[in-house]
Design a protein around this ligand. Structure first.
Ligand code: PMP
Length: 436
């Protein structure tokens, strides 16, 4: 098997050179820099349905989907029309609008797991605020997080995290005061004993345990239902809150996310990505009682100039209206299942040492012979070299995967059968090259 010729990245390379003059590493978010995959980052110019085009006019079928938000694909008619209609009315008022009520109602009336919600502008903000709420409510300081789970870049949570950090071979950030990191206890996923030990050691000190609905920032680490239920039990027994970070899984595993998938009632749930239809929106929600601790009702302060931004709310409303249509998730998940199972069949037929882990419309290629990977430490960093090879070949064949082997892929409502058949053929060829 020979490699497909490299696509032109001339314009992207020029733009990147310029960007390096302005931004650290030439980017406004680290993983975009293509540091752990081949070549210069592609500068994207436009997207339509499941396709994107870069500055050199290369076309790709997009499986990154802006890292998850674009469950309806690019340039969705309903979202575009809703956003366009709002533009002429105003971009921001810093005052309440009916749009916030409308989005909140759409969410809360279709979600059994939260009674009140607060909109913010990013996933990071949502999680940071949820942690503050947990600490304010319990009057305790310590939090427990899991190795490999990424919860945004607030200080308390940049300890042994996934996503861009693990991509660059680090898992914690400089600049986090030791006193903050000391309040964050990190344990391995899927380890009941570690969880029990932590509650023994820090009795009555733990405000909350936070977990990604399904850990998806350090590979896709599918936890067992039993473990998640244990987590619920042990937190309740110890007076600690359970926070589900559903920035990826919310509105993705189903409208009610991982809480419904596991049939677990978390105390606080954070959302992001999909909720804004591609605009910057995050949110956190909980029971009325817990949410009454938030300012101005309560003493936990949290605010935002652009929170509940009308254009972003309009995009979110348009998105949620589509998501709540009958069989939306059934169809999307069935499409993904077929795509994944056909690739799995090919892999088995060829006896290639690679697995695809999947849930709902999320998938992850793991270059491993293990049947399951449940913990961050079970991923062999050397396997990322194989991802790098596959990523380059796929780009050259017009298939866009995220520029890191630790990140998951997404399938959107906009991916047609034809897109998926085309993508599958190129994935087969890329795997032949990797293992050839
Ligand atoms: N939590 C999770 C589970 C995430 O995946 C992310 C982002 N990938 C965040 C929080 C942070 O969200 P944002 O990048 O919007 O700040």
């Amino acid at each position: 098997r020979t490699k497909t010729a490299d696509i032109s990245r001339e314009k992207s390379a020029q733009l990147f050179e310029k960007a390096k003059q302005y931004f650290p590493g030439g980017v406004n978010s680290p993983v975009r820099a293509f540091k752990s995959v081949y070549g210069t980052p592609l500068f994207i110019e436009r997207g339509d349905k499941a396709h994107i085009w870069d500055a050199d006019e290369n076309e790709f079928i997009d499986f990154c989907c802006s890292w998850g938000p674009l469950i309806l694909g690019h340039n969705n008619d309903q979202i575009r029309e809703a956003v366009t209609a709002q533009l002429s009315k105003g971009l921001s008022f810093g005052a309440p609008t009916a749009l916030e009520n409308e989005l909140a109602e759409l969410i809360i009336s279709n979600n059994r797991f939260i009674e009140k919600i607060r909109f913010v502008s990013s996933g990071t903000e949502a999680v940071m605020s949820a942690i503050r709420l947990a600490r304010g409510y319990t009057k305790r300081d310590k939090i427990v997080k899991f190795e490999g789970c990424y919860h945004g870049h607030s200080d308390s949570l940049l300890v042994k995290a996934g996503s861009g950090l693990v991509t660059f071979g680090e898992t914690s950030s400089a600049g986090v005061p030791k006193a903050f990191a000391d309040e964050t206890i990190v344990i391995a996923l899927n380890d009941k004993e570690a969880l029990t030990a932590v509650f023994d050691q820090f009795k009555d000190q733990i405000a909350a345990v936070i977990i990604e609905g399904v850990p998806a920032n350090n590979g896709l680490l599918l936890q067992t239902k039993e473990y998640i239920h244990y987590l619920r039990e042990i937190t309740t027994q110890n007076g600690a809150l359970l926070i589900f970070d559903e920035v990826i899984t919310g509105f993705r595993l189903g409208f009610e996310g991982a809480a419904a998938y596991y049939d677990v009632q978390p105390d606080i749930i954070t959302y992001g990505k999909i909720i804004g239809g591609g605009m910057p929106v995050g949110a956190y929600g909980a029971s009325k009682e817990l949410m009454s601790c938030i300012s101005p009702d309560g003493s936990v302060y949290q605010a935002g100039t652009l929170s509940g931004n009308p254009v972003a709310m309009a995009a979110g409303i348009a998105t949620c209206k589509v998501l709540t249509q009958p069989d939306f998730y059934k169809n999307l998940n069935a499409k993904t299942e077929l795509f994944v199972s056909e690739i799995r069949n090919y892999i088995e037929e060829k006896n290639y040492e690679v697995k695809i882990f999947t849930i709902a419309s999320i998938f992850w290629f793991a270059f491993t012979d293990q049947e399951a990977i449940l913990k961050a430490s079970e991923i062999d960093p050397n396997s990322m070299e194989l991802y790098k090879l596959m990523h380059r070949e796929l780009l050259n064949r017009g298939i866009y995967f995220g520029p890191s082997g630790y990140e998951v892929g997404f399938i959107s409502h906009a991916h047609t059968n034809e897109d998926l058949i085309t993508a599958k053929q190129h994935i087969f060829a890329a795997l032949d090259l990797v293992f050839g």
